[in-house]
Write a new protein. Sequence first.
Length: 319
Amino acid sequence: MRRLWIKFNDMPIFFRLSCVIIISACVLCFFSISNYVTISKEKTVNIEQVIQRSGKETMNQLDSYIRDVSKISQIPLTYRMADQTYLNAMKAYNDSNRLTLDFQKINERMFEEIMAYKSDINSCFVFNGNGYGDYKVKKAIYNVMDPTGVLLINTEVDYIRDIIDDVKVSENHRTILLSDSYTIYDTEEENITKEAKKEIVDLASDTTDGVRKITLEDGSRAMLYVEASELTGWKLISLVPEDEVLGELKDAQKRIVIETVLGIGVMLILLFFIITRISRSIHKLEAVMKLAEQGDFEQHVRVESKDEIGNLTACLILW
């Protein structure tokens, strides 16, 4: 080690200073990259937690809504508590298939209570065992069905959209709600009520805990999270474009590399000019001293600087 240090001290000053500057720049670069890696990991974990919370919150709200709707659907069986009037009227309707005015009035009051209970319910239908029924709608909805004595409650898709929009992680955060392969909701709304593509169904079967990064069939990168409902068995798929949530980190990485390279380049350029100036003065003085050693004292060195090298040169000239 001592020999290396001696050899290092014997090397030209330009080389020694260059080594010091380059090593310092590398240390600075190392700490900058280490800091970036630490911040990158922390931000990635934070984003993954946000995506998880978003998926869980959405599914919890949907489950809560389904529970409420399930309670609403039982209203005809328990309407007015122990009062059998409604059930007796429904039995009479089953026997005659004739909708009486009194039965319509009872239904109207019941429908109004249901719609008041959930403001986003758009329509209610009640059918007897023969498929005949009564209904109330806020705006027209057409359904093809084969009912056998059921209460049908239709909810606007806006309700699901509003829940999902409230917890979006990024602008193009795509959320898909599946029942097996049937699309209940999709941020890309043209897919609603359709069979989901195989890629989406495969994603829904993902059993990985937490968030993971994937590459989609179109080549884009996304962060995937799947939340399953214990109540309905539905699957909520969250696909967040990676560049939208991690783009800042990639930009920061590029900036660190560029700034480090530029910093080292600027330092080397400044070092070159400083050392060149110092070396030029020393080489001139060295040449004059060699001539003086040979007996030629007629040579003179012009002192152009007032730094340490200039002062040394002036002293030698006086001597």
